[in-house]
Each structure stands twice: as C-alpha cells, then as structure tokens.
Design a protein around this ligand. Structure first.
Ligand code: 13P
Length: 258
C-alpha cells in the first residue's frame, strides 16, 4: 500500500528541465528521505527526464505526468501517451484536472478513457474531481464529484480502482487563495470514499483521497489533520522548494502521529 499522507506537487506549465533539476536538488537538500510519506512531483512532460535524473537515489520521491492521451501511439500531434510518459519516468498521472476539464473541455467520458490507458501502461491514475462555485452554491457538490468519480473509474477493474488515487479539488479553490475548510474537505471526502467503496464492492476501500486548492504552508497541517484527508495536491506553493519542503514536512509530522 502507498505510504500516506501523499504530498503531490502539480507544477502545471512551469519549470523547464534546468529549473526542475535545480528545484529538486534544493528540495532534497531541505527534505530528508521519508519512509512514512509519498512525495509525487508532476513536472511538465518536457522536464520529466531531467526530474528523473535529479530524483535518482531518493526512493521516497516519485514522478507523475499532468495529462496523457488515451491512445498508446499514432498520429496524434502534440499528445503524450501513457507508455511514453511511463518511459520518461512517470509512475503516476493526473487525470481530469480542473484545468483540463474547464480550459481544454475534457469530458467525463475522456477521463474514463485516460484512466484505462494509464492503468494499461502501469501508470497510477490520480483522478481529479471538483465542483465549480455555481455548482457548490446550487448545492450540487456531491452530485458533481460523484458523477466525475464514476465516469473516471468506470472502465477500471476493481484491482485497478484499488490501486488508484483520487484528488478532490474544488474549482473555486484552485489558485484563488480560497481554501475549503478542513470540515468541507472531510464532508466531500467521506462521500467520495463511500462511492469508491461502491465502485470497488468488497475490495480494498482505502483508496487515498487527496485535497487540493490553495494549499500553502499555513494551512497544510490543518488540512492534513482533517478526517478522511490522505494527502494534498498542491499547485502554486509547490513551485518554491522552500515552501514545498515545508508542506512535505507537515506531511511527515502527520505520518508520525498516525
Ligand atoms: P493551487 O494550489 O495553486 O490552488 O492549485 C491547485 C491545483 O490545481 C493542484 O492540482
């Protein structure tokens, strides 16, 4: 089973190969190797190779891609397949990130195909779900995230679902400085966990569910302490090695209290 809490960095469209190398060296110097946590860094595809070199020797730091296409190869200009991401050092992949859904129009159905392609290639999907502000204000949070969850995981076998991760990222909290309260996160995580149990049937129900959306050094510990929060998915605050090391340290402190 994956060590938790899981601390995942989503660099989005930032940090090229040289910067990725320098970042990882600076982060690793501040953050001693941990047994009780899992650190995942998701650089842009062009920096995966450099990041793989930079993390070698650190078994606790893993790499993820930010997106994949669902076909394994072919004439799909500009896309990265799951096997290509795997070959470049990724072990994980974000699927259905809110920016994929809302900026690039990715559909629920496409997230399902991407999760299947990821699992087929031996990449662990981190399925991202989250409601918009309008959906939240209309009281539709649970309906939306459960619809996204089912669509994303539908094509996986029970064993593949059990080996996946879920990230709850309310769209209104991403990059806005507005964070869900630990209670809000716990409430939605509880609904997601019950639904994962439904998808899984009698199999392992303990899929890690991460929270994301304006996580920073000041709120990481409280979010990690919220019942049902198994880790964090961090954007802006993961771009600075000092703040990222501090968030990872909050995760290590949490692991020590479990
Ligand atoms: P911020 O932490 O910048 O709000 O981004 C969250 C996110 O989208 C991580 O995937």
């Amino acid at each position: 089973m994956i060590a938790r809490p899981v601390l995942a960095a989503n660099w989005k469209m930032n940090l090229g190969p040289h910067e990725a190398r320098a970042f990882i060296a600076a982060f690793a110097a501040r953050s001693p190797e941990q047994r009780g946590t899992t650190v995942i860094i998701c650089p842009p595809d062009v920096s995966l190779d450099a990041a793989r070199d930079a993390v070698s020797g650190r078994a606790d730091i893993h790499l993820g891609a930010q997106n994949i296409f669902w076909e394994d190869k072919g004439a799909y200009t500009g896309e990265t397949s799951a096997p290509l991401a795997r070959a470049t050092g990724a072990e994980f992949v974000l699927v259905g990130h809110s920016e994929r859904r809302h900026v690039f129009g990715e559909t629920d159905e496409e997230t399902g195909r991407k999760c299947v392609a990821a699992a087929r290639a031996g990449l662990t999907p981190i399925l991202c779900v989250g409601e918009t502000l309008a959906e939240r204000e209309a009281g539709e949070t649970e309906r939306v995230v459960l619809r996204q969850l089912h669509a994303g995981l539908r094509g996986l076998t029970p064993a593949q679902v059990a080996g996946s991760l879920v990230a709850y990222e309310p769209v209104w909290a991403i990059g806005t400085g507005r964070t869900a309260t630990p209670d809000d996160a716990s409430t939605t995580h509880r609904a997601l966990r019950a639904a994962v149990g439904g998808v899984l049937g009698a199999a392992d129900r303990d899929v890690p569910i991460l929270y994301g959306g304006s996580v920073n050094t000041a709120n990481a510990a409280a979010l990690l302490a919220a019942p049902g929060v198994d880790g964090l998915l961090v954007g802006g605050a993961s771009l600075d090695p000092v703040s990222w090391a501090s968030i990872v340290a909050a995760g290590a402190a949490r692991a020590a209290h479990r």
